[in-house]
Ligand binder design. Structure first.
Ligand SMILES: Nc1ncnc2c1ncn2[C@@H]1O[C@H](COP(=O)(O)OP(=O)(O)OP(=O)(O)O)[C@@H](O)[C@H]1O
Length: 373
């Protein structure tokens, strides 16, 4: 188990900046997820750890040792790639043990590790097959076995489940966690799939355009988004974000106003922000047909049927707002109302896009850089 520390790390290809001043500590033995949209720099971050790319500026430490100039082969990491990268002409057993033979481990040790990993990943009986004779899920398990069998300090996984269908992926997620619990290596796991990030990760590092947006547990990333980008990235549908002004203890959203309770007024006053974004998750909106007290009004634009629930999309002062509802009798064009629940809303500063409700999200452990939207 090794700690990995990015200390002001940047990476550029020519003039193109890909990683911008990354400060991130991966704790020994944790499963850290690098999450973000395509092109945000997740794979590059992983490749920097593996030593497959050079760092442009800053320092990378593994187990307390600065590794900027340490060759890839000396970093004691193993990798699982999206395409598995199995040797097609080798059997399952040879694929799994290839690295161990190169390391010249004793035959008995190789055999013991092979049989343990075959059992762990339910591959026993398949050891003499070639990769083309395996299903996608079995190939994925062989790739995982090949990485696990090395017993390296650090395991790097780059979208390891994305070639599997949805059902197999759910099974493989649980398997990955089980394998990690057995070996307790430091896992750094790249995905663009938030469900995978939430279910596999001890913590999630959300990236956008080469910058870390938030680093925290799945629970906090969902419930205490550090900034607008995080609130909009996480959740399906993601959080609704409405421009709002604060004044006289109330929020003005377009031509409508809602009162804020004392706690929120104090926090907004402390932040000094007046121009805000109001954030509300779709599942925290309770739509009503009659106007209740302190409510915002909207008009139903369209409805998506999810089978057990409905996604109702409204126009509220020119912004689209999604609400998740149990009822099914919504009509397009129908006026509806909802009272923002003070315990569930978020308020973000319009300039910095930071969540003013959770200033503690910005202490040293959770270094992040905000993006303007
Ligand atoms: N060798 C390279 N030369 C120039 N630019 C590169 C190189 N490798 C990656 N990039 C650029 O760096 C950025 C980040 O790429 P990276 O592969 O890290 O993103 P990613 O978040 O893993 O994306 P994806 O999910 O699509 O794999 C992209 O804009 C990409 O085009």
């Amino acid at each position: 188990m090794k700690e990995i520390v990015f200390d002001h790390v940047s990476k550029a290809y020519g003039k193109a900046s890909v990683i911008d001043n990354l400060n991130l500590t991966v704790r020994p033995g944790e499963r850290l997820i690098l999450l973000g949209a395509s092109g945000c720099g997740k794979s590059t971050t992983l490749r920097l750890i593996a030593g497959l790319e050079d760092i442009t500026t800053g320092s990378l430490y593994m187990g307390g040792q600065k590794v900027n100039d340490l060759p890839s082969g000396e970093r004691n990491v193993s990798m699982v790639f999206q395409n598995y990268a199995l040797f097609p002409h080798m059997t399952v057993a040879d694929n799994i043990t290839y690295g161990l033979k190169i390391q010249k481990l004793p035959q008995a040790e190789i055999a013991a590790r092979l049989s343990s990993v075959l059992a762990m990943l339910e591959l026993s009986g398949l050891e003499d097959r070639k990769p083309r004779e395996l299903s996608g899920g079995q190939r994925q398990r062989v790739a995982l076995a090949r990485a696990v069998v090395k017993r390296s300090d650090v395991m790097l996984l780059d979208e390891p489940l994305s070639n599997l269908d949805a059902q197999l992926r759910g099974h493989a997620r649980k398997e990955l966690v089980r394998v990690h619990q057995a070996y307790r290596q430091t896992f750094v796991y790249v995905t663009h799939d938030q469900v995978e990030a939430m279910t596999v990760g001890d913590r999630i590092a959300l990236m956008h355009k080469g910058r870390l947006q938030m680093l925290d547990t799945p629970h906090n990333v969902y419930n205490r988004p550090a900034n607008v980008y995080t609130a909009r990235f996480i959740g399906s549908p993601p959080a609704n974000i409405l421009p709002a002004q604060y004044g006289e203890r109330q929020l003005q959203v377009g031509r409508q106003t809602v009162r804020l309770p004392e706690g929120w007024c104090a926090r907004v006053a402390q932040s000094g922000s007046r121009e805000l974004y109001l954030g509300i998750r779709p599942e925290h909106i309770r739509l009503e047909w009659e106007q209740p007290d302190n409510a915002l009004a909207g008009v139903v634009k369209y409805v998506e049927d999810y089978g057990n629930r409905r996604g109702v999309y409204l126009d509220v002062e020119g912004s689209e707002v999604a609400a998740i509802c149990d009822r099914s009798d919504w009509q397009t064009g129908q006026p509806v109302y909802f009272t923002p629940d003070p315990g569930k809303i978020h308020l973000f500063d319009c300039q910095t896009t930071q969540n003013i409700g959770y200033p503690e999200a910005y202490h040293v452990e959770n270094i992040y850089q905000y993006q303007s939207i």
